[in-house]
Design a protein around this ligand. Structure first.
Ligand SMILES: *Cc1c(COP(=O)(O)O)cnc(C)c1O
Length: 479
């Protein structure tokens, strides 16, 4: 074997230097495609380089295009950073280069996944006997949950969808709230259920599914097979669907499956103060969450959890003569996800949970929510600013009106029409991104343009929020 030590030390040095400087970087970065291409592109040269040269060049040339999304003032999408132990474990996972498909390929990966899965079920308050799969993200987790549900409701209707597919199958109705995350539609598309065929249930002003409307729709559907997807944590407002009522409505139907998309919101269960948001969640059949968002594990890692392990395994498992399966009682990590060969994601999840402990996970969740409230409060009294959502979790929606007197929000400013406020809001978002103190993206909420802030990083502190509030107010005042 070559001496790996100099290269890995060099890489550790580059990574440490990056992380030391992350708070001073322009958060969004100012790279252009042309600039990156001219530094990194061109035809593949005939001659190779030494590994050290490759890494030095990559770190230098990619740097302008690296977004400080791991840093404490990145509030875009729903983006966690990387906890130190999780980052380091992820390096080990690459050095070990384990294939987390089967027990024989890596007993360590298999058992670490098994342990991390148990910890997650415990933290999220989900049935301890549920099966768990570690996917590339929430999208694939939802896809897997939908496949498990599709399997179970169709098998109850006398149809083997794994063997016979969907052509000629009994009709299956999918029911979603109007606020379901776009990736649920993508999962339906991949599952052959169609993104456009789902029946949509109205949501209230915070984006929560209306349970009365769900009950009437399920009654109308009689006893045909139904898949319902609810959500814990609206990607804009952070709001939770009323899970106890949704669970009751779904349980009253003779052949319905309830999936819950809680990509970040399910982690509310880890906090004493926030747990009531997910009351009833354990009554569902399958759940999606992410480790690469609020748990602050490096990309990529989603988690699918299914109460009915047989349906879960049947939906994604496959066999081949040369796949040696472990001795009885061994958990096969590849039996719970659509992939076969796969990254050993469990190591980083295990390390994140072990670093934080139960108290640390609760503290991370509570702290992010307190910081989201602090950010909302810091902006609320700025001229022309309106906070559009109840800040119940870590998400804040902000709208900016152009001509405002102090204390006026966009709603009360009758001199300015909605289109002008939309345009101004987008200008403020662009100015904030250009400024580089922090980064927040845009969204549309009830037809209105809004800035969306998500506080999901373990490293964010009050000073980061205060500096960001100051920058956003400055951008709004001069946009
Ligand atoms: C982020 C998110 C997803 C998609 O997650 P990926 O990990 O990007 O696949 C799905 N649902 C919700 C509510 C999300 O916030």
């Amino acid at each position: 074997m070559p001496d790996h030590r100099p290269l890995l030390h060099q890489t550790a040095e580059l990574a440490a230097r990056y992380l030391e400087g992350i708070e001073r970087r322009h958060v969004g970065g100012l790279a252009t495609r042309e600039g990156l291409l001219s530094a990194l592109g061109g035809a593949l040269p005939r001659q190779g380089l030494t590994p050290g040269q490759v890494i030095e060049d990559l770190a230098r040339f990619a740097d302008p295009g690296v977004v400080a999304s791991a840093g404490p003032r990145y509030f875009g999408f729903v983006t966690g950073g990387a906890l130190p132990a999780a980052l380091a474990a992820d390096w080990l996972a690459s050095a070990w280069d384990q294939n987390a498909f089967s027990w024989v390929m890596s007993p360590a990966a298999a058992v670490v996944e098994e342990v991390a899965a148990g910890w997650i079920l415990d933290l999220l308050g989900l049935p301890a006997s549920s099966s768990v799969g570690f996917t590339s993200g929430a999208t694939m987790a939802t896809f897997t949950g939908i496949l498990a549900g599709r399997h179970r409701v169709l098998s109850r209707a006398g149809w083997d969808v794994q063997r016979d597919g969907l052509i000629g199958a009994p009709p299956l109705t999918v029911v979603l709230g109007t606020e379901a995350h776009a990736t649920v539609l993508s999962a339906l598309q991949m599952a052959g259920l169609g993104s456009g065929r789902a029946r949509r249930v109205d949501s209230d002003e915070q984006g929560r599914m209306k349970p009365g409307a769900l009950r009437s729709l399920l009654a109308e559907l009689g006893d045909r097979p139904v898949l319902v997807s609810a959500q814990a944590g609206n990607v804009n407002s952070g709001a939770f669907d009323p899970l106890p009522e949704i669970v009751d409505a779904v349980r009253a139907h003779p052949n319905a499956w309830l999936h819950v998309d809680g990509a970040f919101g399910l982690w509310a269960a880890a906090s004493d103060a926030l747990r009531s948001h997910v009351d009833g969640v354990a009554g569902a059949d399958s759940w999606t969450t992410d480790a690469h968002k609020w748990l602050n594990v490096p990309y990529d890692c989603g988690v699918v959890i299914v109460r009915d392990a047989d349906a879960h395994r049947a939906a994604v498992n496959f066999g081949a003569a040369y796949y040696v399966v472990g001795d009885g009682g061994v958990r096969e990590p590849g039996s719970w996800v659509p992939d076969s060969s796969r990254r050993a994601r469990g190591f980083a999840v295990y390390a994140a949970l072990r670093q934080l402990g139960r108290a640390g996970v609760a503290d991370l969740v509570d702290r992010c929510c307190a910081l989201a409230r602090r950010l909302a409060d810091g902006l609320r009294d700025a001229p022309g600013v309106a906070i559009l959502n109840d800040v119940v979790l870590n998400q804040v929606l902000v709208r900016f009106a152009p001509t405002a007197r102090p204390g006026d929000g966009p709603d009360v400013d009758t001199d300015v029409d909605a289109d002008a406020i939309d345009a101004f809001t987008r200008r403020v978002i662009a100015a904030v991104q250009q400024d580089g103190t922090c980064w927040a993206g845009g969204t549309t909420w009830h037809g209105m343009a809004a800035m969306r802030v998500s506080v999901s990083n373990w490293a964010t502190r009050e000073a980061d929020v205060d500096a960001s509030v100051e920058a956003i107010r400055r951008c709004a005042a001069s946009a």
